[in-house]
Design a binder for this molecule. Structure first.
Ligand code: GTP
Ligand code: MG
Length: 392
């Protein structure tokens, strides 16, 4: 008898990505933005079938993109059997609803996509609570649409566009849950603060940087912590803290959630507890992926986010990572350019090949020893810096 080969695995959504070009965004940059959106969509588990851009000059308040573009997208959906459209910008609740009505498929914006990834990657109770809070805050003003979906799923076609009363009930349930989550997170924050106070006179170092630059890989390499490192955006959502000793200099090293361009504002707020590690750090290791063409842009985004959370003044060491992925010539140019341009120390490494790891270890240990001398003069250190680098 012939076997039945029909797959029972859930089908992946086939997505069309829509980027937005502004008058002052070059074609190359727009391409890079789409590339990043595609990495996000991939991480969220969608199949990217096609990408397109629209110019911000042709915007429409009701549907975000102009009516010509809506028609074009509709044709693509029909001819390729697409099931999802993802926009790189945030859509208003009305735009989202109008687009779904016009296109007859699921529509998502960048914020929803990032929230989806965060939700899938949240592992601990605190990360789960933080993501749920951000998701509910995102959903609250979009409830009409949600409810319509819910009632359709329940099979009652007549229920489409549920009554104000039912929506109001849903709103109340969500608001109550938001208040409860906020209380839970406050409590967690209080406990974490008590723990932090107990580990006072030890220097705290935090790895920060754009998502997927290699923070967790460096954490593992420096501390043998066994932290999840993956070629996925936002693999890490929780701050992991490890005690590390380099050249007899002890400190706490934390690995934190990655930053990204246009990080949903609600997320930064709900990740307060996780970002507290960054805020309280005495030294930041700002990790940069030099193999990414957008790395200068990424540095800017990270600096802006640091300013937003009040950590802009913290002493910083730039760790230019993934140097194995660029040519020696580019590396030399980069080293030269960076050393002229910035006051912060910079180290050029590869977490993969361990290129320049001795220099990284020594730079960090020396910096940490300096901070001890300033901040905790009562702690007596006996560092063993190798004489080879004494003049470095
Ligand atoms: N070629 C190369 N790949 C690297 C290097 N460092 C890290 N990677 C790879 O880059 C990917 C991302 O690394 P992670 O350590 O997870 O990055 P992260 O910054 O912690 O990312 P998120 O937690 O997702 O924000 C992984 O596939 C690593 O193996 C490096 O120096 N060279
Ligand atoms: Mg990570």
């Amino acid at each position: 008898m012939a076997k039945n080969y029909i797959s029972t695995a859930p089908k992946k959504d086939l997505a069309l990505l829509v980027g937005v070009t502004h008058r002052n965004v070059s074609f190359d940059r727009a391409e890079e933005f789409l590339h990043e959106l595609s990495a996000l969509a991939d991480t969220a588990g969608f199949d990217v079938a096609e990408m397109t851009t629209v110019s911000s000059d042709r915007m429409n308040v009701a549907t975000f993109v102009g009516s010509g573009k809506v028609e074009e997208i509709k044709k693509k959906i029909e001819s390729k059997g697409l099931t999802l459209v993802v926009f790189d910008d945030e859509l208003s609740p009305t735009q989202l609803r109008n687009l779904e009505e016009a296109l007859k498929v699921k529509v998502m914006d960048r914020t929803a996509l990032i929230l989806e990834i965060f939700s899938a990657h949240a592992r601990t109770a605190i990360a789960k609570a933080q993501v749920e809070l951000a998701q509910l805050q995102y959903r609250l003003p979009r409830l009409t649409r949600m409810w319509t979906h819910l009632s359709r799923e329940r099979g009652g076609i007549g229920l489409k566009g549920a009554g104000e009363q039912e929506i109001e009930t849903d709103r109340r349930v969500i608001r109550t849950r938001i208040a409860q989550l906020k209380r839970e997170l406050e409590e967690i924050k209080r406990q974490a603060e008590t723990r932090r106070k107990q580990r006072d006179s030890i220097v705290k170092v935090a790895l920060v940087g754009y998502t997927n630059v290699g923070k967790s890989t460096l954490m593992n390499a420096l501390s043998k912590a066994g932290v999840l490192a993956e070629n996925k955006l936002f693999a890490t959502l929780d701050a992991t803290v490890r005690r590390v000793t380099l050249f007899n200099v002890p400190f706490l090293l934390s690995d934190t959630v990655g930053f990204i361009r246009k990080l949903p504002p609600g997320l930064v707020e709900s990740f307060h507890s996780t970002l507290q590690e960054v805020r309280e750090a005495d030294l930041l290791l700002h990790v940069v992926d030099v193999s990414n063409l957008q790395y200068v842009e990424h540095i800017k985004t990270v600096r802006e986010t640091l300013t937003e959370i009040g950590a802009a003044e913290t002493p910083t060491v730039y760790v230019f990572n993934k140097c194995d992925r660029i040519s020696e010539r580019d590396l030399e140019d980069l080293e030269r350019a960076w050393n002229i341009r910035d006051n912060y120390p910079a180290v050029f490494v590869s977490a993969e090949t361990r290129h320049n790891f001795d220099v990284l270890r020594l730079t960090v240990a020396r910096k940490v020893a300096e901070i001890y001398a300033e901040k905790y003069p009562e702690v007596s250190l006996s560092p063993h810096f190798p004489s080879l680098y004494e003049t470095a």
